[in-house]
Design a protein around this ligand. Structure first.
Ligand SMILES: CC(C)(COP(=O)(O)OP(=O)(O)OC[C@H]1O[C@@H](n2cnc3c(N)ncnc32)[C@H](O)[C@@H]1OP(=O)(O)O)[C@@H](O)C(=O)NCCC(=O)NCCS
Length: 257
């Protein structure tokens, strides 16, 4: 008998072992991250059971845009021996029905391949691209910003357009779960995670940015256009797919779920 529902706490280790197996994760690190994730909610860890055994899993993340509530879906996986039986599809359909009942129907996900998600009503809305940022000669900006200032600037940006992702306290805790050094830049900031830039707010613009050489942009294609990120050739990384989504989401990959 097939059953589809959120897992219970004593099913967390079975859920985790599917995650580890299907995504090739390090078991100890995955376990640590699973339990310490500030957005962890057992009621949003869904599974398909066959005869009482977990076969497929996924995780739902709450999202808030200026126009209202939505969900993000991630970590969709089916045990290798049970693939191709439409378990993934059935699990997705049930989760989407549940989101409709909870008035958070608009859904987003990042995917390397679109076909499974197209079958349940998603379509490609954007792509995630990576590219090297043209670095300015003067990269000696060194004004690390305190979190309250970062929050104020981000909130001003996100409230200026209904299609922008808003961050409530839980999402800020998730954002701050990783080290996110932000440098002051004009009236805004640039977030520099080693040689990676995934977030920049209120950019002054210009043909180059105050980042170190070989710094890579990772973000949505249309965000790169809007922000006029000084990049050349863009490599395709993933698709951003949406279902029932009003407009095109504006968000940074620092909020990837
Ligand atoms: C993707 C995955 C969850 C599909 O699970 P499933 O239970 O076999 O799904 P379904 O039976 O409902 O659908 C299978 C279809 O999904 C599609 N599909 C296969 N791999 C896929 C992938 N990585 N991403 C999207 N769609 C995929 C194919 O069209 C496949 O159809 P086919 O069997 O005719 O080739 C499973 O292959 C898996 O766990 N892969 C490893 C983890 C992963 O890559 N997850 C996706 C992260 S975006």
């Amino acid at each position: 008998m097939i059953e589809i529902r959120p897992i219970k706490s004593d099913e967390a280790s079975a859920f985790l072992s599917i995650l580890v197996e299907c995504f090739g994760l390090d078991p100890a690190r995955a376990k640590q991250a699973f339990h310490s994730d500030p957005l962890f909610d057992i009621n949003r860890k869904w599974a398909l059971f066959d005869g009482g055994d977990i076969r497929s899993i996924l995780t739902v993340t709450p999202l808030l845009f200026g126009w209202g509530r939505a969900i993000g879906i991630a970590g969709v996986a089916t045990l290798p021996a049970h693939r191709g039986l439409r378990y993934g599809e059935r699990l997705l359909q049930e989760v989407l029905r549940s989101a409709e009942r909870a008035f958070e129907a608009p859904s987003l996900l990042f995917a390397h391949r679109p076909e499974l998600y197209e079958r349940v009503g998603f379509h490609v809305m954007d792509e995630v691209v990576s590219a090297e940022i043209a670095a300015s000669e003067n990269t000696s900006i060194n004004h690390p910003m305190p979190l309250p200032e970062i929050k104020a600037i981000y909130s001003k940006w996100s409230e200026a357009h209904p299609e922008r992702l808003q961050r409530d306290e839980a999402r800020w805790r998730y954002w701050n779960w990783f080290h996110r050094p932000c440098e002051r830049w004009g009236d805004g900031y640039v977030c520099l995670e080693h040689q990676l830039c995934r977030e920049v707010v209120l950019v002054p613009g210009g043909p180059s940015w105050p980042v170190g050489r070989n710094t890579k942009w990772l973000g949505l294609g249309h965000m790169a256009d809007q922000l006029q990120v000084p990049i050349g050739h863009r490599a395709h990384e993933m698709y951003l797919m949406g279902r029932g989504f009003p407009g095109r989401p504006q968000m940074f990959l620092t909020d990837q779920f």
